[in-house]
Design a binder for this molecule. Structure first.
Ligand SMILES: [Zn+2]
Length: 485
């Protein structure tokens, strides 16, 4: 398996530190507001990576954090006259509710800054002892960036260029504009803890260094996070951890791309930010998941209405094909084992795509050819029914077994189809009962041999985007828009 490593800027063969197990850490959410679709993408990405590693047989320990102490959280809590930790606890609960609905598995360890204060103080103390950090009279502790010779190796930024970009009016006691806070002295009205340097709270970057060390050890296999965290957050994590241990913090750095909405950067001030809660009111959880995994995890992607509508159409096609397989199998209980190229290669093709830096778009693209094959096979009369049943059952089981790893085919088939049909019918300004009534009227007209009335109803329905299908099992109807892939 190859992974694109942001640290070396190339795809590398994945070799975990221990043969059969993987230690993975991903930076989580700063819980000062409702989680948005960008958080969903990051969670889905590391969930997908973790599930795929487990599918390959690795024992994975996956740690993710919540930043629950931070300037924004404190400001928000103060404006609501709330205790900062009580506020972040409420936001964590709200985040976990939406992640559960999205069917994102929880990590093995959910680490919180506020629960690691003693570990953080110990970490900072050791950095001071080693000469990489210094306390100020005011009670802040800063990291000496220039002491760490490899600073900039992840983000490819050099300290001289950086110096041109930072403010020169240095905070009180700070020795160099490049230095960053690992411990912040408390201001009045802020949550704080006792420390050797006075009342204060941790800086942001230190919590991740500390939680990696505490939960996973000195060097881990995979460290992940959004691309926007490469600098300064991950660069500073490396500086802190590697100064302390003298060992690499992580062997593979993975960064997920960011999200745009209708071509624009997502931001609250532009009014185009989409919270997970809002997305779940508009779309089925698997539609959200599909819209995300059908694109490469590392690219910046657009996630507007058009992308979700496309995801709905694709899933509608997949689920309807699954339903046809199930209907066929329900009516044919015999099975005759037979070799079949499509059925036999589903796992191999899935793994080939996923082994290439978790290439989910390629894995998803295979589904179109597999389902096209299924639809042709269902119509094929040259093959025996028992052989056909064997092949279809194998294809269905293999697809569900493999693709559930990336979160697909987990919904009830009839529920998903019905909910999408209902949604599109409502979009046409109609309801399902109206259509069923028209279909009954048409059946009655046909029974009365009143074919011109029957044809008239069919063309009426056709003009509003409803397709009528007659078969020996009866008449069904469908929505044209959902079929225009
Ligand atoms: Zn982090």
């Amino acid at each position: 398996m190859k992974i694109y490593n942001s640290l070396t800027r190339r795809k590398e063969e994945f070799k975990p530190i221990e043969k059969d197990s993987v230690k993975m850490y991903a930076c989580g959410i700063t819980v000062y507001d409702d989680s948005h679709i960008g958080h969903a993408r990051a969670s889905i990405t590391y969930d997908m990576i973790c599930c795929y590693l487990r599918f390959l047989g690795y024992k994975v320990k996956y740690v993710r954090n919540y930043t629950d102490v931070d300037d924004k959280i404190i400001a928000r809590a103060n404006s609501l006259h709330m205790d900062a930790l009580k506020y972040s606890e409420d936001r964590i609960r709200a985040a976990e509710e939406v992640f559960k609905e999205l069917e994102v598995d929880f990590p093995d360890v959910k680490a919180k800054a506020s629960e690691n204060i003693d570990n953080i103080i110990e970490f900072v103390t050791k950095l001071i002892e080693k000469g990489y950090a210094y306390p100020t009279e005011k009670g802040d502790v800063y990291y000496s960036v220039r002491k760490f010779k490899e600073y900039g190796k992840l983000s490819n930024i050099n300290t001289e260029d950086l110096l041109n970009g930072v403010r020169k009016d240095v905070e009180e006691g700070k020795q160099d504009p490049l230095d960053f806070a690992v411990w912040k002295s408390a201001k009045p009205g802020e949550i704080s803890w006792k420390s050797p340097w006075g009342e204060g709270r941790p800086g942001w970057h230190i919590e991740c260094s500390c939680m990696v060390l505490h939960n996973l050890g000195e060097t881990i296999d995979i460290h992940g996070g959004g691309k926007d965290l490469i600098f300064p957050h991950h660069e500073n994590e490396i500086a802190q951890s590697e100064a302390l241990t003298g060992k690499p913090l992580a062997n593979y750095w993975i960064h997920n791309g960011l999200i745009k909405i209708n071509g624009q950067k997502m931001s609250k001030s532009l009014g185009n930010s989409l919270t997970i809660k809002q997305a779940l009111e508009l779309y089925n959880p698997e539609v959200i998941r599909y819209a995300i995994v059908s694109k490469s995890y590392s690219s910046d992607i657009d996630l507007g209405e058009g992308e979700f509508a496309l995801a709905e159409k694709h899933l509608y096609y997949f689920y309807n094909t699954m339903k046809s397989i199930n209907n066929f199998l329900a009516g044919n209980t015999g099975r005759e084992e037979v070799e079949n190229d499509v059925a036999d290669k589903i796992e191999a093709k899935f793994r080939e795509a996923m082994d290439d830096d978790f290439n989910t778009p390629v894995a998803v693209a295979s589904l179109f050819s597999d389902f096209k094959y299924v639809n042709n096979l269902l119509k094929d009369s040259k093959i025996t029914t028992d052989e056909k049943a064997y092949i279809l059952e194998k294809i269905r089981n293999e697809i569900v077994r493999c693709y559930s790893v990336i979160g697909l085919f987990k919904e009830d088939i009839n529920d998903l189809i019905y909910s999408l049909k209902k949604k599109y019918i409502n979009k046409l300004g109609l309801n399902v009962d109206d259509i069923n009534k028209k279909i009954e009227e048409r059946a009655q007209a046909k029974a009365d041999r009143n074919y011109s009335v029957a044809d008239e109803i069919r063309s009426q329905l056709d003009s509003i985007g409803i397709i009528v299908n007659d078969s020996k099992e009866g008449t069904t109807w469908d929505i044209k828009e959902l079929y225009s892939l």
